[in-house]
Design a protein around this ligand. Sequence first.
Ligand SMILES: Nc1nc2c(ncn2[C@@H]2O[C@H](COP(=O)(O)OP(=O)(O)O)[C@@H](O)[C@H]2O)c(=O)[nH]1
Ligand SMILES: [Mg+2]
Length: 345
Amino acid sequence: LANDLVKAVLAGERLALARVLTQAENDTPAGRAALDDLFPLAGKAHLIGITGAPGTGKSTLVNQIARCFRHPDNGAPPRRVGIIAVDPTSPFTGGAILGDRVRMRDLAGDPGVFIRSMATRGALGGLARATSSIAQVLDAAGYDVILIETVGAGQQEVEIARLAHTTIVVEAPGLGDDIQAIKAGILEIADILLINKADRPGVENTERSLRSILELAHTGRHSSNPCGVNSRSHRLLSGFTMPDQNEGWTPPLLRTIATQAIGIGDVVLSISDHRQYLEDSGEWLQRDHTRLQAELEDRLHATLVDQWNAQLPEGLYNAILARLFDHQCSPNQAIAELLQIKEKA
Ligand SMILES: Nc1nc2c(ncn2[C@@H]2O[C@H](COP(=O)(O)OP(=O)(O)O)[C@@H](O)[C@H]2O)c(=O)[nH]1
Ligand SMILES: [Mg+2]
């Protein structure tokens, strides 16, 4: 069945694509089988993350950027565009998702565009995993450019940025900009920095504070590890040196007015400049490899924990946890005991 569905996806059937995406997102056996079949065809798409605080205009920008890729004004062939809207702010109502659909309505009916909205369910790692699966399916299905919109909330951005070849950070005037930017700590992951809503008062202030933060961030590049792996993966990745992110690339700071389609051409130019830079420097491959290794290890961790959980005698975990709470055993002793049981089983 997975195979027929995969054939339909490759034949360009949108309903089949939607079904495979749902299965991949939910990590069902059928979804995994489809991904196994599709994976050899993935690895060509340009993954572009668009991140920033709610209301900065990300969805409007995504809509405009997608239109630019669909209707290039330099005579280049149109690119097929996949859009993944990740919205952890509305897991229950779906309100924001509906809003995004409305904002992206210009693209509706274009067979070269596929829009996928996701709500988060549960864990952070789960979201990154599901987003990655969805990107792989769209990539294999022949979408050249995949725009991934995420709401700025800190750690989440770093996780999703690890997925992307190019990360666009969106700011807007009047959102308590500088403090917000520092707090979110997402400027360091920016390959392209946008000040959207440039029609609003306060643009100069925003630009000034962003410039100073940007300079700081890039002086500290070598000591920081903006797209580094989380501590959970440190052991397996310890022999793996992170490339010096963005050495040789200075993130441009651009102004846009997404609602009037102003400045979008420059954004798309910067995107293709960045792609060129990634390819010339070898970073394109490095980023791909870092991403795949991180995904492998993330899934490995999850699988091992699941397997271990399945073997664990009922109630043992809680019993050991209670002893830990009472300081009758240390965390390390608790682990030793939990793993010993598994070996005996
Ligand atoms: N004045 C102004 N409003 C904008 C601009 N871009 C987006 N908006 C508006 O800002 C609101 C939030 O936009 P949206 O794209 O949903 O932001 P998101 O939450 O970051 O995805 C909407 O009402 C947009 O119409 C802009 O450049 N200028
Ligand atoms: Mg949005």
